[in-house]
Design a protein. Sequence first.
Lengths: 43, 133
Amino acid sequence: MKKVKVRRITIIGDKIEITTRMVTMKHQSEPEETTLKPPKKEK
Amino acid sequence: MPRGQPDYYTQNVPSQPAFGEGQTNWMVAEDGDIAASSYADLAEYTVPDGYELHLMGGAFGSDFPGLTRYSVSLMGVALGIGYMDTFVVLPLHPAAAYVVPALYTMALRVYNDDTIVHNFAALGVGFIVKKGA
């Protein structure tokens, strides 16, 4: 798995953010997730 | 004798975005260089607790002039894969939005099906709404 830097623009309400983040790239030879797991509720 | 406005128009008349109480407009766009034969989740967003996201539209673009794949992913699971050639608009409609529940993570997945690196972009638009509002 490799990481790539991506540029991100988020607009929520009147808040505009331009940021960067690292995204994981997976090779297509790796099996994709097929089981939907519900999120864990924060306590 | 016909009077007033015709009941058809020769062009689209865009509607004004109007949000109700508890609804907030939402847009996430991301772009990056995706390695050959790889896939990545762009425009990833985790819906805050107590809210839900209504994904009303979106688009994918790339500088790869050939067929490559895209999908919406939920918690890392691809929900139906489509094919595009440089650009595609998600087949969503404001009246039939894709609803993402609270705490779920959605993303717009891009696949680079070429043998060299390409730049991919993904855009999602919609609104978040406070549950119970």
